[in-house]
Design a protein around this ligand. Structure first.
Ligand code: HPA
Length: 235
């Protein structure tokens, strides 16, 4: 039992998928896991545990933004012993080389959030990075599933609506996409020595202003979930 997760210590698996939207957690549990059981309903942040190809896997909705995901990741690691965590989320494509609906694997998560400064002070810009083992396994799983995936740097921002951020400069330095949680996942994973990764589907495009139709979003989302599940069950 932790403050935001109302479940016994053994109710959560060591391998956890992390969608932002709790209803996506429900969708994954119902469509991908065997014998999935709901372990958390506090604040409607649904969490389920089941098995995938015989391996116990949990899926926990994290909510939006660094403060929200930090609570769930912290409690999953410290309270429940989670050791492999993969965020499965949507992102805004911001580079001309990225198309809407592309799958993106975040090798690193640049951020404008104070979360880095709050830990390291003004003189050190810590680089939040993915676990290399999970990253390389995810790249191979995507190849095996014949899903093309782009790997590189993304940005985790504090504000969804932000007319001050310099997207042109970020693009010049190769930032592929924007979302709001992964830097915190990578920092907490470094701190507590666990493995984590972020995999995304581009749901909108900052340059072209395209947005994926709701009808296509589920199929795109499922491709990303397959990569994440095939990756997380490996030893
Ligand atoms: N900005 C920030 N976060 C996002 C976006 C975006 O355009 N799309 C999906 N998550």
């Amino acid at each position: 039992m932790s403050i935001h997760i109302n479940a016994p210590a053994d109710a959560v698996a060591k391998r956890v998928l992390l969608p932002g939207d709790p209803l996506r957690a429900k969708h994954i549990a119902e469509n991908f896991l065997e014998d999935a059981k709901l372990y958390n309903e506090v604040r409607n942040a649904f969490g389920y545990t089941g098995t995938y190809k015989g391996v116990p896997v949990s899926v926990q909705g994290t909510g939006m933004g660094i403060p929200s995901i930090s609570i769930y990741v912290h409690e999953l690691i410290r309270g429940y012993g989670a050791r492999k965590l993969i965020r499965v989320g949507t992102c805004g494509a911001m580079h001309e080389n990225i198309k809407i609906r592309d799958v993106i694997i975040a090798q690193a998560a640049t951020t404008d959030s104070s979360v880095v400064r709050n830990i390291f002070g003004p003189s050190i810009n810590f680089a939040p990075i993915a676990d290399f083992d999970l990253l390389s396994k995810a790249v191979n799983c995507a190849k095996d599933l014949e899903i093309s995936a782009k790997v590189g740097n993304i940005i985790t921002v504090d504000r969804f609506y932000d007319d001050e951020i310099d997207n042109d400069k970020l693009r010049q330095y190769g930032i592929m996409a924007v979302e709001m949680e992964t830097a915190a996942l990578y920092i907490l994973s470094a701190r507590y020595k666990v493995q984590s990764l972020g995999i995304f589907t581009a749901s909108d495009h900052l340059l072209t202003k395209e947005v994926t139709p709701a009808s296509e979003r589920q199929t795109d989302f499922n491709d990303m979930v397959k990569i994440a599940l095939e990756t997380i069950i490996q030893d």
